[in-house]
Design a protein around this ligand. Structure first.
Ligand code: SF4
Ligand code: F3S
Length: 112
């Protein structure tokens, strides 16, 4: 099992999740964070602290967010680890709750 970051993190990146994760299994892209499913210990600490309510236990993923399981797995292999909380993206408050944000996901890695 694992926990999964879903669409409402896109363009927000509040990073409160990073501050509470005991195993540092978050990885950071330009406008989204993902969880490495092999490292997550299913502790549930990140779910209540995310202001965007973007994190789910894999078993609780709504059908329309199941594709994020694959996205987290894939991008956590190429993005760098993030271990410290930082400021949210500048327009985080504006983007929180906007529907259909997947089209805004930037998948580039720091090298590309
Ligand atoms: Fe980290 Fe726990 Fe959240 Fe998994 S469930 S990402 S281990 S805080
Ligand atoms: Fe994203 Fe929520 Fe963490 S918005 S960066 S999953 S606190």
């Amino acid at each position: 099992m694992t926990y999964v970051v879903t669409d409402n993190c896109i363009q927000c990146k509040f990073t409160d999740c990073v501050a509470v994760c005991p195993v540092n299994c978050f990885y950071e892209g330009p406008n989204f964070l993902v969880i490495n499913p092999d490292e997550c210990i299913d502790c549930d600490a990140c779910v209540p602290v995310c202001p965007a309510k973007a994190i789910y236990n894999e078993d609780d993923l709504p059908d329309d967010k199941r594709l994020f399981l694959q996205i987290n797995e894939e991008l956590s292999r190429v993005w760098p680890q993030i271990t410290d909380q930082k400021d949210p993206l500048p327009d985080a408050a504006k983007w929180d709750g906007v529907a259909d944000k997947l089209k805004h996901l930037i998948r580039t890695t720091p090298e590309s």
